[in-house]
Design a binder for this molecule. Structure first.
Ligand code: PEP
Ligand code: MG
Length: 324
């Protein structure tokens, strides 16, 4: 079976009726990069920069970060690499930057930390831009945005970094800038965000955790955690519809995209770009190559009328099984 999947790696990810779906990869370490290139990823939909920060003993310098980012950008060029700015806090701690809180997932996390420490943010943006010199495949993505003012502030800092580099005679090209939709509040303001950024990317892991008020890492409530919950699916549908009206590309980079049942629902809802762990790429591709878009749309429309996450999940799995 594995060998059969291997044969998929150079085939296009096109549904039976000829609709192209872009399959991107989530990376953190350099080892992810080589695995993903092997498996035909079309680019990086999410590079989690905090992973390399977690493996150091202090904040990496601008020069050190530049080297790390360059490796990612070079390995994928000319394919796009979406670099997310530091997303620490929640369950991700840096040994040299302790954060002690009662409710880490509702606390100082992601963009909240870096907007309070613009020096960390600016160094990271500068390193990303320097690393992309001559490659032109950098996309910058902002995590945990909750309010439009945070996005505006972050964009302002990105422009400041670009301006400073220009002043220093570093050749800069404007990267595409996007943000994650992962805090439920942002769902309801999708239009405002879509009009400000070059792209949106849904973080279904956090969106599910926050919409359902279920800790994504707590085994005691793991049975309540489901991206097939009707509230999550309704949010996903709203986001993709509004983004389409605004003409802003939207992708999805949570675990849901790497699960064939999740992927088929997403595609049926209108998502045309899915980003996942390298291990899921071939399995999702082989499934998508065997389905018809009309069928996927009908299936998504059907599950949107259902009320129970377990029923929804088994309906989708059964439909996939019946389809062969
Ligand atoms: C997400 O929240 O869905 C996501 C992709 O980001 P992370 O898992 O790193 O929080
Ligand atoms: Mg997240």
């Amino acid at each position: 079976f594995e060998a059969e999947l291997e044969t998929q790696k150079d085939l296009p990810c096109t549904t039976l009726d000829g609709t192209d779906i872009s399959l991107m990869v989530n990376t953190g370490l350099l080892t992810d990069v080589y695995r993903s290139l092997d498996r035909g990823a079309e680019g990086v939909g999410l590079y989690r920069t905090e992973v390399s920060f977690m493996m150091q003993e202090r904040f990496p310098s601008e020069a050190e970060q530049t080297v790390i980012y360059r490796q990612q950008l070079e390995a994928f060029a000319p394919r796009p690499v979406t670099m997310r700015t530091l997303d620490i806090g929640g369950d991700k701690a840096l040994p040299y930057f302790p954060i002690e809180e009662e409710n880490p997932f509702l606390g100082w996390r992601g963009i909240r930390v870096t907007l309070d420490h613009p020096e960390i943010f600016l160094v990271q943006i500068r390193a990303m831009i320097r690393a992309s010199e001559g490659l032109d495949n950098l996309r910058i993505m902002l995590p945990m945005i909750t309010s439009v003012s945070e996005l505006d502030e972050a964009l302002h800092l990105v422009y400041r970094a670009l301006f400073e580099l220009q002043e220093e005679n570093v050749p800069v090209t404007m990267p595409e800038i996007g943000m994650m939709i992962e805090v439920p509040a942002t769902v309801y303001q999708t239009r405002a965000y879509a009009s400000r950024v070059d792209f949106l990317s849904v973080g279904s892991n956090d969106l599910t955790q926050y919409l359902l008020a279920v800790d994504r890492n707590n085994p005691r409530v793991a049975g309540l955690y489901s991206s097939f919950h009707p509230a999550v699916l309704t949010a996903l549908k709203y986001i993709v519809d509004v983004a389409a009206e605004e003409g802003t590309p939207v992708s999805i980079c949570g675990e849901m995209a790497g699960d064939p049942a999740g992927a088929v629902v997403l595609v049926g809802l209108g998502y045309d770009t899915l980003s996942m762990n390298s291990a899921s790429l071939l399995r999702v591709k082989s499934m998508l190559r065997e389905i018809d878009m009309t069928w996927a749309r009908d299936l998504a429309a059907e599950v949107l009328t259902l009320e129970d996450p377990l029923v929804i999940k088994s309906t989708v799995e059964l439909a996939l099984k019946d389809a062969g």
